[in-house]
Design a protein around this ligand. Structure first.
Ligand code: PLP
Length: 360
C-alpha cells in the first residue's frame, strides 16, 4: 500500500510512511511561514484555519482565565473571518466586535485602531490579513503587531493570499491555504505561536496533538508541503510577475484612460490587479473574457447569480455603481507577456462592442 492511502495513525509500515509524509509537510509549511513545525496545525483549508483560529483563541483565552472581550476585525477581511467574528460575538457573552476602517487605498487605518484600542478596556484580539485577496493591497501588519504588543492584545493574521508572495509576518495566529500557493484544495494550516491561548474547535481523535481532530488528508497535506517548498524558492520571481501586472495595467489605461485601478498607488502583491472598466458591468466583461479564453473574476461577490458590490471596495469608499464593474485578474509563475497581450486585445474588442452598442 502506498502512503497517501494509509491512515497516519496506523502502526503498520504504510501508516508510518503516511505519518512521515505529514511531518515532512509540517516542516516545509513551517519553513515557509518562518515558524516551528510544532506550531503548525493542519486543517481542511483557509476557511477552517480562520474559523479555528478565531474560535480557538477566544475560547482558549477564556479557558485560561484571561478572557478576550474585544475583537477588532478589519473591514476588508475575507468572509470566513468576518462571518466567524460576527458569529463569535453573537454567541459569546461579553465579547464585542469592533471594525478597523481602511483608507481609500485599501490599507487598514492604524491610527484609527490605536484610538479604538485606547478608548476601551479589556483584552483584545486583532484580526488583520497580511494582504487583501481582492486588491492585493499589503497591510501594515508589523505596525499593528507593535500596537498589539503595547496593548497586550493577541494578533491573528490571515496569510492565505500573501503566502509565497511576500515575507511572512510573525503573529500569535496565522492561517494558510494550500491551493493559494499552487497546492491541492482541501488542505490548509493554522499556526499557533507557542504559549498563545488556544482551544480546539474540532474535537474527537488525538490528531494534530489534539488541536484538530479527524483523520488527516494525507495526500493533500503532502501536496501542501511540496507547494510550500516550491513557493519559498519562488519568492524572488515576484519582480517578473509584477512587471507583467504593470504591463497589463499600463495597457488598460492606454486603451481606456478612465479605468479605475484599485490600490494602484500603494504596495500590492505582485500578482493582483483589480480594475473597473467604467460603464461595463462585470458580468459583461466576464462573459467576453471567458469567450476569449481569459480567466478573470468579478471584483464583486457573486452568489446565486446575483452580483453584490464587494465589501472590500465599499470599505474603500468605492461607489456601488463602479464596484459592479470591478474585475480581478491574477498573474502567476506560468503567465506570459502573450497572455497580457491577449487580455488587452480582448478588452479592446469588448470596449469597441460596448461603444458601438451605446451609439446605436
Ligand atoms: N482568506 C483569504 C484571504 C482568501 O483569499 C481565502 C480564499 O480565497 C480564504 C481565506 C479561504 O481559503 P480556502 O479557500 O482554503 O477555504
Amino acid at each position: 500500500m502506498r502512503a497517501p492511502g494509509a491512515n497516519a495513525s496506523s502502526a503498520h509500515g504504510a501508516g508510518r510512511a503516511a505519518r512521515a509524509a505529514i511531518e515532512q509537510a509540517r516542516e516545509r509549511v513551517a519553513a515557509l511561514a518562518g515558524t516551528k513545525a510544532a506550531d503548525v496545525i493542519f486543517t481542511s483549508g483557509g476557511t477552517e484555519a480562520n474559523a479555528s483560529g478565531l474560535w480557538g483563541a477566544v475560547h482558549g483565552a477564556a479557558d485560561a482565565g484571561a478572557r478576550i472581550t474585544r475583537l477588532f476585525v478589519s473591514a476588508i477581511e475575507h468572509e470566513s473571518v468576518l462571518a466567524n467574528a460576527a458569529a463569535l460575538t453573537e454567541r459569546m457573552a461579553g465579547l464585542r466586535l469592533e471594525t478597523i476602517p481602511v483608507t481609500r487605498d485599501g490599507i487598514a487605518d492604524v491610527d484609527a485602531l490605536r484610538i479604538l484600542l485606547r478608548e476601551g478596556k479589556g483584552r483584545a484580539l486583532i484580526a488583520l490579513m497580511a494582504a487583501n485577496n481582492e486588491t492585493g493591497v499589503v497591510q501594515p501588519v508589523a505596525e499593528v503587531a507593535q500596537l498589539a504588543q503595547e496593548a497586550g492584545a493577541l494578533l491573528f493574521v490571515d496569510c492565505v493570499q500573501a503566502a509565497g508572495k511576500m515575507a511572512m509576518p510573525s503573529a500569535d495566529y496565522v492561517s494558510l491555504s494550500a491551493h493559494k500557493i499552487g497546492g491541492p484544495q482541501g488542505a490548509g494550516a493554522l499556526i499557533v505561536r507557542e504559549g498563545a491561548p488556544f482551544a480546539a474547535l474540532i474535537l474527537g481523535g488525538g490528531q494534530e496533538r489534539r488541536r484538530r481532530a479527524g483523520t488527516e488528508n494525507v495526500s493533500a497535506i503532502a501536496g501542501f508541503g511540496a507547494a510550500a517548498e516550491i513557493a519559498a524558492l519562488e519568492l524572488p520571481s515576484a519582480d517578473r510577475i509584477a512587471a507583467l501586472r504593470d504591463r497589463f495595467e499600463e495597457g488598460v489605461k492606454r486603451i481606456a484612460p478612465e479605468t479605475e485601478i484599485f490600490g494602484a498607488k500603494v504596495m500590492r502583491l505582485a500578482n493582483t490587479t483589480n480594475f473597473a472598466l467604467s460603464g461595463v458591468a462585470a458580468e459583461t466583461s466576464l462573459m467576453a473574457f471567458d469567450l476569449d479564453g481569459i480567466l478573470m473574476s468579478s471584483g464583486a461577490a457573486c452568489s446565486s447569480g446575483k452580483v453584490t458590490p464587494s465589501h472590500v471596495l465599499r470599505a474603500m469608499g468605492v461607489g456601488d455603481e463602479l464596484s459592479r464593474c470591478a474585475m480581478r485578474a491574477s498573474f502567476g509563475w506560468n503567465s506570459t507577456g502573450a497572455d497580457v497581450d491577449a487580455a488587452l486585445e480582448s478588452i479592446t474588442k469588448l470596449l469597441a462592442r460596448v461603444r458601438t452598442r451605446a451609439a446605436a
